[in-house]
Design a protein around this ligand. Structure first.
Ligand SMILES: Nc1ncnc2c1ncn2[C@@H]1O[C@H](COP(=O)(O)OP(=O)(O)OP(=O)(O)O)[C@@H](O)[C@H]1O
Length: 330
C-alpha cells in the first residue's frame, strides 16, 4: 500500500520557487498496479521520488506498507527502502559489472551471505528470462534486456512495492509491451504493488488497474481505469478516444455517440434497440480498445425512426447506465 496525503513539493532554484506538487493525495492498494499519467513537467518524477523519499515533500505525508516514511530515523528509512524497489527509464545499470553482479549488488550491500546471493541471482535471472546472460555486460544487451536486468535488480531484496519511472519510454513499442507484460506477471505472481509514472496512455491501458492524471502538480483525476474509460468527459476517456472525425457528411437520423464498457460491450445493444423500439442504428464510426481483459468501445451512429421511437431508444440506453450523447451536426 502506498498513500500520499496532502503532499506538496516546492523547489527553490535561482531564487525562484517552483511548485512541482500541489496538495496531492493518492492511495494505491496493496497488489494494485497504478499509473500516474502526465505531460512533461507535470510533476511525475517528483511524485515517484517522494514515494521512497529520494525527494522529501515540503508538506504532507507518505506511507508505504503502513509506515510513515517521514517519521522514520535514517536507519529505519534505509531498511524501509529495501522493500521499495525502483526501475528507471535509462536502466541505471553499472556498466563495468556483469548482469549477475548488477543483480547481486543490492544483496551484497545488505550483507546477504554469498551462497544465498548466488542462488537468488539465478532465480531472478530466470524470472526475467535472462539466465543465459549472467556473464554479459550491459553494453552487450538490448534495451529490453537491460530493463529486465533493472527489474531483476529491483526485485532482489524482495520489495513489497516497485516504482517505475518511465521504465518503457526508451524502448520500441514491441519491446515495451513485453517489458510491461513482465511487470504485470510479476505483479500477479509476487503480489508486488506497482506505482508507475508515464506520459503514454498505452502503458496505462496495457497494465494498470487504476490510474491518476497529474497536471501542473495537481492530481486532477483518479480511479479505476475501466471506470474512467467508460465515462465520457474524463481525461482518460479523452486520451483514449479522440473526437470523431465525421467531416461534412450529413446525419441520416439523430446522431449519437456512445461509450460501452465491460458487460455492456458484450451485449447486442444496437440490435436490441432495433428489435424493441423499431429504430435502425446506422454505424458511422467506432473504435474498440482492450483494457486488460475488458473491452471498451466508442461508437458513433445515426438512430433512424420516428421521434418517439428514437426518444424511447435513448431512454433505454440511459436505463442501462449508459450516457448516449447527441452530436449536433456541423
Ligand atoms: N531539482 C529541481 N529544482 C528545481 N525545479 C525542479 C527540480 N526538479 C524538477 N523541477 C521542476 O518541477 C516541475 C516538475 O518536474 P518533474 O521532473 O517532476 O516533472 P515530470 O512530469 O517528471 O516531467 P518529465 O516528464 O519531463 O520528466 C518542473 O517545472 C521542473 O522544472
Amino acid at each position: 500500500m502506498i498513500a500520499f496525503r496532502g503532499v506538496s513539493k516546492v523547489y527553490t532554484s535561482g531564487g525562484r520557487e517552483v511548485a512541482a506538487l500541489r496538495n496531492v493525495s493518492l492511495r494505491v492498494e496493496a497488489g494494485e498496479v497504478h499509473g500516474v499519467l502526465g505531460q512533461s513537467g507535470a510533476g511525475k518524477s517528483t511524485l515517484i521520488r517522494c514515494a521512497n523519499l529520494l525527494e522529501r515533500p515540503s508538506q504532507g505525508t507518505v506511507h508505504v506498507d503502513g509506515q510513515d516514511l517521514l517519521a522514520l530515523s535514517p536507519e529505519a528509512l534505509r531498511k524501509a527502502r529495501q522493500s521499495i524497489g525502483m526501475i528507471f527509464q535509462h536502466f541505471n545499470l553499472f556498466p563495468s559489472k556483469t548482469v549477475a553482479a548488477n543483480v547481486a549488488y543490492p544483496l551484497e550491500v545488505a550483507g546477504v551471505p554469498r551462497a544465498q546471493v548466488r542462488e537468488r541471482v539465478e532465480e531472478l535471472l530466470s524470472l526475467v528470462g535472462l539466465s543465459d546472460k549472467a556473464l554479459a555486460y550491459p553494453a552487450q544487451l538490448s534495451g529490453g534486456q537491460k530493463q529486465r536486468v533493472g527489474i531483476a535488480r529491483a526485485l532482489a531484496p524482495r520489495p513489497r512495492v516497485l516504482l517505475s519511472d518511465e521504465a518503457t519510454s526508451a524502448l520500441d513499442p514491441e519491446t515495451a509491451r513485453s517489458v510491461l507484460e513482465l511487470l504485470r506477471d510479476i505483479n500477479r505472481r509476487l503480489g508486488v504493488t506497482l506505482l508507475l509514472i508515464t506520459h503514454q496512455m498505452d502503458v496505462v491501458k496495457a497494465i494498470c488497474d487504476s490510474a491518476s492524471v497529474l497536471e501542473r502538480g495537481r492530481l486532477v483525476e483518479q480511479g479505476k481505469v475501466t471506470e474512467l474509460l467508460a465515462r465520457p468527459g474524463t481525461r482518460l476517456h479523452e486520451l483514449c478516444f479522440p473526437p470523431f472525425s465525421t467531416g461534412t457528411e450529413a446525419p441520416t437520423g439523430r446522431r449519437v455517440a456512445l461509450t460501452v464498457a465491460g458487460e455492456n460491450a458484450r451485449r447486442p445493444l444496437l440490435s436490441t434497440l432495433a428489435r424493441q423500439f423499431d429504430v435502425d442504428a446506422l454505424l458511422v464510426e467506432g473504435a474498440v480498445e482492450r483494457v486488460g481483459a475488458i473491452r471498451v468501445g466508442r461508437l458513433l451512429f445515426d438512430l433512424q425512426g420516428t421521434a418517439d421511437a428514437v426518444s424511447q431508444a435513448l431512454t433505454y440506453l440511459r436505463e442501462q447506465g449508459l450516457t448516449p450523447e447527441e452530436v449536433p451536426h456541423g
